[in-house]
Design a protein around this ligand. Structure first.
Ligand SMILES: Cc1cc2nc3c(=O)[nH]c(=O)nc-3n(C[C@H](O)[C@H](O)[C@H](O)COP(=O)(O)OP(=O)(O)OC[C@H]3O[C@@H](n4cnc5c(N)ncnc54)[C@H](O)[C@@H]3O)c2cc1C
Ligand code: FES
Ligand code: FES
Length: 493
């Protein structure tokens, strides 16, 4: 059975939409069709958060809310979710607690960013850790830019409103909302449009494989945090879209004692805890990946498949020795992750083939991992360089090394010369580390761009080799890091 509509839950009832253009964004739907203009457009590229809305999904018997950027999310992607916008929060003539707190704390001036900030606070109100720390408020607001109020009053509002267990109309209506969302889930494939222009959402891997083999010219969309910008900024006239968000199985995380298997559509929010358990640096990397909005939509598979030379996760997964699994029609194949990247934006993927999962080996007792994201801003910034290191130790000597960088070449790439130079080094003899630091210049000839100069990248990469070695030698990071110190992260566990 194929459904020719999308269905979502809104204001306590099911909404069904058909006949929409595949490229319709959720923001355009809200503002131009529903005429709900509380949700604003600031940047139209996922950066400012003015368009933030919340999507709810059922898990563990309740609805969990996440913030998303409506400007780069396609309307079709909200199938099966509860949609909450800023218009839905006040009830019975009373402001929602997060709105009242924003008023009390003077958290708004011109007000353009305010609906988006209120929606981020709404998700924090429902999902935030208790007790709530200032740091987690900062993380929750990293995807919301305010150019006039300043963030202190907004953070104060968050601390005032989001510190206690939630108690709003969404909690009061939880049974009705869970029931409503559950009835939307019919396991059917979705196909809205015709053979030349469509939005499709297969429900199984077999349906996906068959549809993609039939339409190898279609664009796969997972979280749409990259593809969304091709549409809103690149004006790409994409006519055929296959959304992966309904494919059962691709959203699975499988964990054994020595391996983590991450399905292609697992979002960064979902992958974060499992990755952080492999190593605190992976957790810190995910905390700084985009913003909560970007991590809630963006997927691990999308970060790999886009082939970006500066994707953050890929170098880390390459250094860990990960394997990629692809599927075309009925056939699957696997390869070392680094082999997937052939040249700038050219991947080893034939038409009609899709990424299924990535398998990440966990660290063994004698293995050490370090990852460093280098960007101009701490929050929500694409890296200038991203370096990842895995050392296998034999006592105080390096027996094996895997090193990979993003931002240093046309693809995410291993530093093979550096790896060779690292083998045999003693952690107790820093005077012998120079050759490994020099080798990085043979591995990479980085470029100048608006994020950084080639000279800066070359210097930073060389210094990161030293940093990884000295942190491994000393076993602590208090002297080498201002923020994200592993010692503090491990103590907090
Ligand atoms: C504001 C903002 C901040 C960002 N910050 C970061 C950051 O800090 N670090 C970083 O690395 N990236 C960042 N990104 C980029 C982006 O969020 C990530 O690359 C994300 O992981 C992409 O995943 P997605 O699911 O949204 O991909 P999509 O946009 O859905 O797809 C990306 C590409 O991959 C293809 N694709 C997706 N899934 C598959 C599959 N299973 N098989 C084959 N092809 C597939 C699509 O066809 C498309 O070509 C940011 C983006 C934005 C907008
Ligand atoms: S309008 Fe700026 S993130 Fe959507
Ligand atoms: S209140 Fe003006 S941008 Fe935030």
């Amino acid at each position: 059975m194929v459904r020719e509509t999308i269905r979502f839950w809104r204001q306590g009832r099911a909404v069904e939409v058909s006949g929409f253009h595949p490229r319709t964004t959720l923001l355009d739907y809200l503002r131009l069709q529903e005429r709900r203009v509380g949700t604003k457009e600031g940047c139209a590229e996922g950066d400012c958060g003015a368009c933030t809305v919340a999507l709810g999904h059922v898990s563990g018997g309740r609805v969990h809310y996440e913030p998303v950027n409506a400007c780069i999310l396609l309307l079709g992607q909200i199938d099966g979710a509860e949609l909450v916008t800023v218009e839905d929060l006040a009830a019975g003539g009373e402001l929602h607690p997060v709105q009242s707190a924003m008023v009390d704390a003077h958290g708004s001036q011109c007000g353009f960013c305010t609906p988006g900030i209120v929606m981020s606070l709404f998700t924090l109100y429902h999902e935030g850790e208790r007790p709530l720390s200032r740091e987690s408020v900062n993380d929750a607001l990293a995807g919301n830019l305010c150019r006039c109020t300043g963030y202190r009053p907004i953070v104060d509002a968050a601390l005032q409103a989001c510190g206690e267990a939630p108690n709003d109309t969404f909690v009061a209506n939880i049974e009705q909302n869970v029931q409503g969302l559950t009835t939307l889930e019919d396991g059917q494939d979705i196909f809205v449009g015709n053979e030349t222009r469509f939005f499709a959402a297969p429900a199984s891997e077999d349906s996906l494989a068959a549809l993609y083999a039939q339409h190898p010219d279609a664009t796969l969309v997972a979280g749409c945090t990259d593809v969304g910008l091709w549409i809103t900024k690149g004006m790409a006239e994409i006519e055929k879209i296959i959304w992966l968000g309904r494919v059962t199985g691709l959203d699975r995380i499988e964990e054994t004692s020595d391996m983590l298997g991450i399905g292609a559509t697992v979002t960064h929010v979902e992958a974060h805890p499992s990755l952080a358990r492999i190593d605190p640096d992976l957790g810190e990397l995910m905390r700084r990946f985009g913003s909560w909005q970007v991590r809630a939509s963006g997927t691990v598979g999308g970060n790999i498949a886009n082939g970006s030379p500066i994707g953050d996760l890929t170098p880390a997964l390459i250094a860990l020795g990960s394997e990629l699994e692809l599927r075309h029609s009925g056939a699957t194949r696997t390869m070392p992750l680094e082999s997937f990247f052939i040249a700038y934006r050219k991947q080893d993927r034939v038409p009609g083939e899709f990424v299924r999962r990535v398998s990440v080996p966990k660290l063994k007792g004698n293995e050490v991992f370090r990852a460093y994201k280098i960007s101009k801003r701490f929050d929500e910034d694409i890296s200038a360089a991203m370096g990842a290191f895995k050392f296998t130790l034999d006592g105080r000597r390096i027996a094996e090394a895997r090193v990979a960088f993003g931002g240093m070449a046309a693809t995410p790439k291993r530093a093979l010369d550096t790896e060779r130079a690292l083998v045999g080094l003693s952690l107790d003899e820093p005077s012998t580390w120079g050759e490994a630091m020099a080798a990085i210049a043979r591995d990479y000839q980085p470029l100048d761009d608006h994020r950084s100069s080639a000279a800066y990248r070359a210097t930073v990469a060389r210094n990161l080799v030293f940093k990884a070695l000295s942190e491994t030698a000393s076993g602590e990071t208090r002297a080498t890091r201002i923020i994200g110190q592993r010692d503090a992260l491990q103590a907090a566990e």
